[in-house]
Write a protein of this length. Structure first.
Ligand code: NAD
Length: 414
């Protein structure tokens, strides 16, 4: 039988198992197995040549029992409905794990920003906000950046919402530029959170970060900042990759040079001749492997070939359920996405709090609070995994889903 690569059904299976272990009945699973709301929209965009192109977009709101939903908007040609649903469910879990007063949401548009002009991208971003405006807002559902969306796109979206709302509404969206109410440290928050989690996981495995061999798949927002943090901590980043290939140097890559040369979509390998494939990258001999690109990268096909001691998922959904089982059986410590990449939404929450207060924190204040959230979350999940003798992913799902389940019960929904 071939492996299940559908991110929605595999997420549902683990949520089911987590709810069972927590003692919830089938009615709770029925509530939480799908988003409460899933809006599909069509967005007409005037292209530079005068023609009109109509894009399909989505916004999923998994559960808002705890508070407003929160989650990024992805611009990518491969976006599909089940993926957006799964991503919104992972956001619920993340917010539960780092204890934020939110449920999970997520959005996406099927498009390829690499082939669009800035003007076309701006019109698409504004069109998306108009299309989903009935269900989003600072106390309903708060968007943020994700794959191939960035601070500029957040700025256009915030401006469009403010125009419709007739208020300056910085709390509508997070991941904004600093001058528009963005938070210190938001751009690097995901990578910083991953770094904190790597440090905690390394302690458990007796690995010294200084000198540790690190491989990172993906050189975008998450992967590139992470490479820099690992490099600055004295680790040897021996492999990085992007959508077009991978670079490997057993003596450590020149990260500052690569950061300088990467483009805004996280592409750098096209500048080099001696590249290896992403498949080869994942199978490199290393201490710490960080998938920081896309889904379904570690599967039953290559899980036996992974040589890392620790795998930390910066990307959403990079490891299949079957591969999780294989890695765990092989004694590899797998730190799951819903824990490892929760730094982004944590600082997004800090940004929203600052917007609501109209009072802004220093970089140090943001960092200190982020470290506390991530270390507490890691300890909580690690302890749950060890005391119940289950893998870190199931433990993270148990920690993450509990609060939404409880809130739904208190509200009388189940
Ligand atoms: P990004 O668009 O900035 O970068 C993506 C990187 O992955 C690029 O280097 C790209 O070339 C590479 N890539 C794309 N397709 C690939 C493929 N088939 N094989 C190998 N590499 C490929 O995206 P990002 O914001 O860095 O997000 C990366 C992952 O981290 C996603 O799964 C995202 O959901 C997750 N994540 C991001 C954040 C955030 O704040 N940026 C937060 C939480 C989770």
């Amino acid at each position: 039988m071939s492996e299940n690569l559908n991110v929605l059904t595999s997420t549902q299976a683990i949520i089911h198992e987590a709810l069972n272990k927590l003692g919830y009945d089938e009615a709770m699973y029925e509530l939480l197995k799908e988003p409460l709301r899933m809006l599909q929209v069509r967005i007409p965009v005037r292209m530079d040549d005068g023609s009109t192109k109509v894009y399909t977009g989505f916004r999923a709101q998994h559960n808002d029992a705890v508070g407003p939903t929160k989650g990024g908007v992805r611009f990518h040609p491969g976006v599909y409905e089940d993926e957006v649903k799964a991503l919104s469910m992972w956001m619920t879990l993340k917010c539960g794990i780092v204890d934020l007063p939110y449920g999970g949401g997520k959005g996406g548009v099927i498009c390829d920003p690499r082939e669009m002009s800035m003007g076309e991208l701006e019109r698409l971003s504004r069109g998306y906000v108009r299309a989903v405006s009935q269900i989003v807002g600072p106390t309903k559902d708060i968007p943020a950046p994700d794959v191939m969306t960035n601070a500029q796109i957040m700025a256009w979206m915030m401006d469009e919402y403010s125009l419709m709302d007739e208020f300056n509404s910085p709390n509508f969206i997070t991941g904004k530029p600093l001058v528009l109410g963005g938070s210190q440290g938001r751009d690097r928050a995901t990578a910083q959170g991953v770094t904190i989690v790597i440090e905690e996981a390394a302690k458990k495995r007796g690995i010294n970060i200084r000198g540790a061999r690190v491989v990172i798949q993906g050189f975008g927002n998450a992967g590139s900042f992470l490479a820099k943090f690992m490099h600055d901590l004295g680790a040897k980043v021996i492999g990085i990759s992007d959508a077009y290939g991978a670079l490997h140097d057993p003596n450590g890559l020149d990260i500052d040079y690569l950061l300088d040369r990467r483009d805004s979509f996280g592409t750098v390998t096209t500048l080099f001749e001696n590249t290896i494939s992403n498949k080869e990258l994942l199978e490199l001999d290393c201490d710490i492997l960080v998938p920081a690109a896309i889904e379904n990268q570690i599967t039953a096909d290559n899980a036996h070939e992974i040589k890392a001691n620790i795998v930390v998922e910066a990307a959403n959904g990079p490891t299949t359920a079957e591969a999780t089982k294989i890695l765990t059986e092989r004694g590899i410590l797998l730190v799951p996405d819903v824990l490892a990449s929760a730094g982004g939404v944590t600082v997004s929450y800090f940004e929203w709090v600052q917007n609501n207060q109209g009072y802004y924190w220093t970089k140090e204040e943001v960092e200190e609070r982020l470290i506390k959230k991530m270390v507490d979350a890691f300890d909580n999940v690690y302890t749950t995994a060890t005391t119940r003798n289950i893998d870190m992913r199931l433990a993270a799902y148990m920690v993450g889903v509990r609060r939404t389940a409880e809130a739904s019960r208190f509200r009388g929904w189940v």
